[in-house]
Design a binder for this molecule. Structure first.
Ligand SMILES: *Cc1c(COP(=O)(O)O)cnc(C)c1O
Length: 360
């Protein structure tokens, strides 16, 4: 068995320990004689799995009691519609567009009401986060929306926007559990788990209780109402049971690793190795404004498309997978999520140095 260093942006690397444990429990989960995949979502065994997963997530993120945790489906992309359908009481929302995912969310919201683009970094290929200290927040905005870590472009908000009292909604798909957050600053914090937590198919929504109401846009399907899922403890219908089980294992792994403070430190160390090299290299360079650099997704280029392609090909042959940049930006991108060991980043940088020497 040979495992590669997987720098995929998502679905992405998972902790080896978690995969091994899941493999051991594949045929017989804790004496039930069946796999979690085969089990009723109403069974005692699954009830324990989902309740423990929620409690562990609450512990990790210090989620206040007045917030609900929901395990949903439909990908982060479905939230682009669910959010306006449930929150647009005045039919007005403000969007900060810092990349493709924020842009898609903004475009989707425009179907349901007036979605204002109050700031954007598209003028410079989303390579920075705009100053959000004094934006023209709409007086009647139902919420202000951000994508906190921009997976494709490799930028991250280091400070949350000043929403002037309006509810903040954040897509944290690619920075979920990468560092501590103050949940109380958000109305909704959500993400698809396939970037930094678990297998594709689960979306976690953490939502302040007072925002969960029956007062939603007319025609909103039952399945797209937060209240449906919040009232039923994520068991209104069959949840993505196996995915939730793996997420639960990752939460336990994170606790064992020392929680989110420890994860942050670990992630900062890893990212520094790569950024320091990029800053010193004559061949490679990072594409993001220094102060807005993501700890999770690190895009870089040589400035020569053929050289980029050569690098990606040779890296793959050496066991470094999925380094090709997003199809819309080109170049390279190394996603170095929680489960990427420090050693993976060190080895990648060693390989880059050798490549640089050979191609000087
Ligand atoms: C990947 C990603 C999405 C889209 O997720 P899906 O689950 O494929 O819908 C949305 N937002 C961010 C920040 C992402 O990284």
């Amino acid at each position: 068995m040979a495992r590669v260093y997987n720098f995929s942006a998502g679905p992405a690397v998972l902790p080896e320990e978690v995969l091994k444990e899941a493999a051991e429990e594949m045929l017989d989960y804790k004496g039930t004689g069946m796999s979690v995949m085969e089990m009723s979502h109403r069974s005692k065994a699954f009830d324990d799995i989902i309740k423990t997963a929620e409690q562990d997530l609450r512990d990790l993120m210090n989620i206040p009691d007045n917030y609900k945790v929901m395990f949903l489906q439909g990908g982060a992309s479905q939230q682009f519609a669910m959010i306006p359908m449930n929150l647009m009481k005045n039919k007005v929302a403000d969007y900060i567009v810092t990349g493709q995912w924020a842009k898609k969310a903004w475009q989707e919201a425009s179907k349901y009401g007036k979605a204002n683009k109050i700031a954007s970094s598209e003028d410079q290929t989303f390579s920075y986060i705009p100053d959000c200290s004094d934006l023209p927040i709409s007086e009647d905005a139902d919420y202000v929306y951000i994508c906190e870590n921009n997976t494709i472009y490799g930028t991250k908000y280091k400070e949350l926007p000043n929403t002037k009292g309006k509810t903040l909604v954040a897509d944290v798909s690619s920075c979920f559990l990468s560092e501590p957050v103050d949940v109380s600053k958000y109305g909704i914090i959500y993400g698809g788990v396939q970037k930094n937590i678990g297998p594709a198919g689960v979306v976690i929504v953490i939502m302040r209780e007072d925002l969960i109401t029956e007062d939603v846009l007319e025609g909103t399907p039952t399945m797209l109402q937060y209240k449906t899922h919040a009232d039923a403890q994520s068991l209104y219908n069959t949840p993505p049971a196996y995915g939730i089980y793996i997420c639960g294992k990752v939460f336990q792994w994170l606790k064992k690793m020392g929680g989110l403070e420890a994860m942050k430190k670990h992630n900062e160390e890893k990212a520094k190795i790569l950024y320091d090299y990029l800053d010193s290299s004559k061949l490679f360079k990072g594409t993001v404004v220094e102060k807005d650099r993501s700890l999770m997704n690190v895009p870089f280029v040589t400035g020569d498309e053929e050289m980029d392609a050569k690098f990606v090909k040779e890296a793959k042959a050496a066991g470094f997978e999925n380094l090709k940049g997003h199809r819309t930006v080109g170049g390279m991108r190394a996603s170095i999520y929680n489960a990427m060991p420090k050693e993976g980043v060190e080895k990648l940088v060693e390989f880059m140095k050798k490549f640089e020497e050979a191609n000087a």
